[in-house]
Design a protein around this ligand. Structure first.
Ligand code: CAA
Length: 391
């Protein structure tokens, strides 16, 4: 029996700012963002969107009356926590109408936790193959106006259904991990923007990649040349390209520009338009590859590197299943990105500076999102989630 990803779907806000607009405002050469970071656009959440509404909207298209009851566990990965105690997944559990016997928990380790969730999900499915596990990764990346990290913000959620004999990709059991206590990026409880030592974070990311790969090899993993594609955690697309060059050098491989682009390019398409979605970004990258690669990837191996600041890295692999293209949700995802509304800098800054209440009261939030779910308000210290009626 194989175990892996049977279905994937993503959601991102309907609002974005073109990075050229940001560059103009700051008097920066637009190529710094377009070429230097590899980013084109940055998704901005509406005031009535959060990790719950985005996560539920990502999962909604893949949950129906035929599979709802077989979801035995919901694992919610995020570093944009909304409560110190209650899992964001429990709200999603209700919004999706999952069964009362479904186990729900939230996981955190910066951008890495969705990978931990997938590994745990595979183990659960191996034990109970008739059940599936719904993994949701949902995050909002915020660094602050005028900071070096600003152009690498973004938001998005991805939902993955982990099952026995999956239709999309089988997850291999071998993996290589690396953990080290470092302060490259973190967000104390009293802050709503991240603190980051930007340059250091890119160095640590590449160190974690090298060390995870080394451990992956020790664990009996495949050789570099066995892989036809690679996906990396994407704080910005150029980081994935840097990572791939570093891994190739580590493995003593030299490659043409064409081969380099072939191995990574299709995985970068969605992230260039969404920006950093933290825990979701690697899997939005994998989805982008499965949906946009010009070649039929059936039977091919894809190497994945997951990185979460602080830090934990993991390298593992998947094999694309024959006929995977039949189950693609590509059109819905492309339509989602193409129907978004561009914001001016001033509109973006206004949204960024919106102050959510920090004391209790009867707070209602403006209706902005065009997603299926919204955060309607905050009453008696309780978050109120509602359906918008949008299909
Ligand atoms: N044309 C083309 N390229 C240009 C350019 C131009 N006109 N101007 C600058 N560039 C290039 C630079 O040469 C540089 O490229 P290299 O890195 O290849 O040298 C690139 O654009 C960026 O320029 P700077 O280094 O000057 O940019 P910066 O210092 O202002 O900020 C950053 C870069 C440190 C990554 C910043 O965006 C940041 O702090 N981001 C948040 C942290 C982050 O994303 N870290 C990634 C690793 S940690 C992680 O992965 C976890 C996570 O999700 C946060």
């Amino acid at each position: 029996m194989s175990v892996g990803i049977d279905d994937i779907s993503f959601y991102s806000s309907s609002l974005y700012i073109p990075l050229a607009e940001l560059a103009t405002r700051y008097g920066v050469d637009p190529d710094k963002y377009r070429v230097g970071l590899g980013q084109e656009e940055m998704a901005i959440p509406a005031v009535d969107e959060d990790i719950v509404t985005m996560g539920a909207s990502a999962a909604w298209p893949m949950i129906d009356d035929d599979n709802r009851d077989s979801v035995g566990t919901l694992l919610f990965a995020t570093e944009t926590g909304i409560d110190q105690s209650k899992s964001a997944g429990v709200y999603v559990h209700r919004l999706l109408g999952l069964g009362p016997n479904c186990r729900v928990v939230e996981l955190k380790q910066a951008c890495y936790s969705a990978t931990a969730a997938i590994q745990m999900a595979c183990a659960l499915v191996a034990r109970q193959p008739e059940k599936s596990v719904l993994v949701i990764a949902s995050d909002i990346a915020r660094y602050g106006l005028g900071t070096p990290g600003e152009a690498t913000q973004g938001c998005g959620a991805v939902a993955l259904l982990i099952k026995a004999n999956p239709r999309l990709v089988e997850v291999h059991p071998e993996s290589g991990c690396y953990s080290e206590d470092v302060m490259d990026f973190w967000r104390p409880n009293y802050m709503d923007t991240a603190l980051v030592d930007g340059k250091y974070s890119t160095i640590i990311y590449l160190k974690a990649l090298r060390q995870s790969w080394k451990h992956y090899q020790q664990a009996g993993g495949r050789a570099f040349s066995d892989f036809s594609r690679f996906c990396y955690h994407l704080p910005f697309a150029k980081m994935g390209e840097k990572a791939h060059r570093k891994l190739a050098v580590t493995c003593g491989e030299s490659m043409s520009d064409e081969l380099f682009a072939e191995q990574t390019g299709s995985g970068l398409i969605y992230n260039r338009k969404i920006g950093n979605s933290y825990s979701a970004s690697l899997y939005i990258g994998l989805l982008s590859m499965l949906e946009n690669d010009p070649e039929d990837l059936s039977g091919r191996h894809i190497g994945l590197f997951s990185y979460g600041s602080g830090c934990v890295g993991e390298f593992f692999a998947v094999t694309v299943q024959p006929g995977y293209r039949v189950y693609s949700r590509r059109q819905a995802h492309v339509d989602r990105l193409e129907s978004r509304q561009a914001l001016s800098y001033d509109e973006y800054a206004l949204l960024f500076e919106y102050q959510y209440p920090r004391v209790d009261g009867e707070h209602d939030f403006p209706e902005m999102t065009d997603g299926r779910f919204r955060l309607a308000g905050l009453h008696d210290h309780k978050r109120i989630y509602t359906e918008t009626g949008v299909r």
